[in-house]
Design a protein. Structure first.
Length: 289
């Protein structure tokens, strides 16, 4: 009888622990969403400069167009009267909650909220948990494109993965070597076929986002340019989520450089293998032919 009661107690504790993990996993994406909307509200009330200064981390990176410290860059810029609104559509969080990223749509109005000149785009923001438990942006990058047929207003996050699937098998940096080698020695499309996750987002300036592996690969398979990535790449990672940014260049079949820019990748550990969950290429104006 005592043994039976003990088993009942242990089972109850297990259920509570699992339920707590699920609630935590669900609450952090909501917290990121709430942070995004608070950020957007501050931009509307106090302007772009103050909004980014407040919500970027002290070392947060933006691309203006080169990679710079975002806070310091916005402190030096004249106060902007432009209006920027956005809505996250996808939020993913590391198992330990230390890192997260969000992808969403945006509308930029250069002359303010009443401006009819609307520039549409999508953004990717990496969020890092601070010592006080709040989240600040560690990296922010965006693309522009034509007005979409439909602007998403809802958001979602991936299904909860069992904890045993989160066990770290290797670092994201080590695991990505195959991607970069295949991309440079063979082709980008072959590299993405090997490493692109099923629920991946691929963002390219001037184009609508490619959501999902099948849609993204259909686009990437048409890319015939040769790519060269900067040799020095560093990953910021947790047990199951990582990100990096660096530079790339594209060349035609004759080896003539046609584009140079920055790229950002999010890598996620899925079923014991690191896969690309999000991928952004952003050309630097003036360095594209």
């Amino acid at each position: 009888m005592i043994k039976f009661e003990l088993m009942k107690t242990l089972f109850a504790i297990l259920i509570i622990a699992v339920s707590t993990c699920i609630l935590i996993a669900q609450s952090i994406p909501q917290k990121i969403y709430n942070t995004e909307k608070t950020f957007e509200k501050m931009v509307a009330e106090k302007g772009l400069n103050q909004g980014f200064i407040e919500f970027l981390s002290p070392t947060g990176i933006m691309f203006l167009p080169e990679a710079v410290n975002g806070r310091e860059a916005w402190k030096l810029r004249p106060a902007s009267t432009a209006a920027l609104t956005w809505n996250p559509v996808w939020i993913d969080v590391s198992a330990n909650g230390a890192l997260a990223y969000s992808i969403g749509n945006s509308i930029y109005r250069p002359k303010g909220a009443a401006d009819t000149n609307e520039i549409y785009g999508h953004y990717l923001t990496v969020w890092a948990r601070q010592l006080n438990g709040e989240y600040l942006a560690a990296l922010d990058i965006g693309i522009n494109h034509e007005k979409p047929a439909l602007i998403e207003t809802s958001w979602k996050f991936p299904k909860i993965v069992r904890l045993e699937e989160k066990e770290k098998k290797a670092s994201a940096g080590d695991s990505s070597i195959g991607f970069f080698q295949t991309a440079e020695m063979m082709s980008l499309s072959k590299a993405y076929k090997m490493f692109l996750a099923e629920d991946a987002y691929v963002l390219r300036d001037g184009k609508q986002p490619f959501a999902g592996r099948k849609t993204a690969l259909s686009f990437l398979e048409r890319e015939r340019s040769r790519v060269k990535f900067a040799k020095r790449k560093s990953f910021i990672e947790t047990s199951d989520l990582a990100y990096l940014h660096s530079t790339y260049s594209l060349a035609d079949k004759n080896g003539v450089e046609t584009e140079k820019g920055n790229f950002v990748q999010i890598w996620k550990l899925q079923n014991g293998k690191w896969m690309i969950a999000a991928d952004v290429f952003l050309a630097i104006p003036g360095k594209t032919k």
